[in-house]
Write a protein that binds this ligand. Structure first.
Ligand code: 3PG
Length: 245
């Protein structure tokens, strides 16, 4: 596992994808479906928390989505590192990319039906949207109480990575980045594609290169940031291009 130098004068951003969920385990497209952590995912979150502790990562403020796999990973990591008192903010803007009508489908069965290339395009391309939900579909998030405050145009029917970037960046610019005025270390626990979106933005990863970026579950990604919140280190080159849950 990665080791970091604790430089108290630099701003530090720690990104963490949630531990394995039951649908990661079962190889199902998940998106905004609110599935729990698997037993393995729980153990991965404990490991991430131990790592925070061993590296003496002193979190000042934490951000997560409104999906339980991320919320629970954050809880466990804060509990394990004895930082449960840290202020936590949740936002739908940090939710996983909405996988539209693919949500619930098995990824390998879908590849058998439509071809591996099409599934790869849906999963990793920059701007290809998966097939959309209809508003009368039981999976449409508009009838879920947690999204009651959102306008219809904010509630996705399906999102490409580009759409996900468009919804996450306002939250980065308006909420997370300004919090560095008070905080030295910010922890963001989110999802594979919302973190791809953030890494793409922070490291200026090109549209052509982004399909190669795959973020593993529960492996902390640590950026040291300068005063303009530009990363002083690169992390995206560390990741395997493999497309796995
Ligand atoms: O929503 C999902 O299915 C996963 O969290 C991410 O899936 P992906 O690796 O297929 O983008």
């Amino acid at each position: 596992m990665l080791h970091i130098m604790n430089t108290s004068h630099n701003k530090q951003l720690v990104l963490l994808r949630h531990g394995q969920s039951t649908w990661n385990r079962d190889n199902r497209f998940t998106g905004w479906t609110d599935v729990p952590l698997s037993d393995q995912g729980h153990d991965e979150a404990v490991e991430a928390g131990r790592w925070l502790s061993e590296q003496d990562v002193q979190v000042d403020i934490a951000y997560t989505s409104v999906l339980q796999r991320a919320i629970k990973t954050l809880w466990i990591a804060l509990e394990e590192s004895d930082q449960m008192w840290v202020p936590v903010n949740r936002s739908w803007r940090l939710n996983e990319r909405h996988y539209g009508a693919l949500q619930g489908e098995n990824k390998s069965e879908m590849a058998d039906r439509v071809g591996a290339e099409q599934v790869h395009l849906w999963r990793r391309s920059f701007d290809v949207r998966p097939p959309s939900l209809e508003r009368n579909d039981p999976r449409y998030p508009g009838r879920d109480r947690r999204y009651a405050g959102l306008g219809a145009s904010d509630i996705p029917l399906a999102e490409s990575l580009k759409d996900t970037i468009d919804r996450i960046l306002p939250y980065w610019h308006e909420t997370i980045a300004p919090a560095f005025n008070q905080a030295n270390t910010i922890l963001v626990v989110a999802h594979g594609n919302t973190l791809r979106a953030l890494v793409k933005h922070l490291e200026h990863v090109s549209d052509e290169e982004i399909p190669l970026l795959n973020i593993p579950t529960s492996v902390p990604i640590v950026y040291q940031l300068n005063s303009a919140l530009c990363p002083l280190n690169e992390v995206h080159t560390r990741f395997e291009p493999a497309v796995e849950a």
